[in-house]
Design a protein around this ligand. Structure first.
Ligand code: ZN
Length: 161
């Protein structure tokens, strides 16, 4: 079966940055399963996998526009350290979910001093050209439930509906 919209695709993947550093990989873990054509994975990778099948290897370089978007300096902001009261050991690199315009947004602490903390609301991979090496493991039709919920139902992830 080939990769097409509303099919569940399982992939082994390694994601590297421009200088070949590994940013993420499924090696040593279960393959990643996603529903194709629903925007679960970045556009550039989804496009490259379209029409491919099990055992195919896909190697693709994805621009920021086709990946996690350009960086936006407007979402880097400084807040008083008192807003992190209750956090025992605040460190650069820590991530927090904050309530933005209705939706939760993840921010990363990028700098701090005694009084102020600078957080970055960009996706950690925003602005980066990304290289994906992907082995397609399996392709199957998504169930009607999976299509309705927008996520894959097998595997270990138990969730409430
Ligand atoms: Zn579900």
């Amino acid at each position: 079966m080939q990769v097409a919209k509303n099919r569940v695709v399982s992939i082994d993947y390694t994601l590297t940055g421009e200088d070949g550093n590994v940013l993420d990989t499924s090696k040593g873990d279960e393959p990643l399963a996603y529903i194709h054509g629903t925007g679960e994975i970045v556009t550039g990778l989804e496009d490259a996998l379209e029409g491919k099948g099990p055992k195919d290897h896909v190697s693709v370089t994805v621009s920021p526009e086709q990946g996690y978007g350009a960086r936006d300096d407007a979402v880097v902001f400084t807040v008083p350290r008192s807003q992190f009261r209750g956090v025992d050991e605040l460190e650069v690199g820590m991530q927090f979910e904050v309530q933005g315009d209705g939706e939760g947004q993840v921010v990363t602490v990028v700098a701090m001093d005694e009084n102020e903390v600078t957080v970055d609301g960009n996706h950690p991979l925003a602005g980066l050209t990304l290289h994906f090496d992907v082995d397609i493991v399996d392709v199957r039709e998504a169930t009607p439930d999976e299509i309705e919920h927008g996520h894959v139902h097998d595997g270990h992830a138990e969730h409430e509906h």
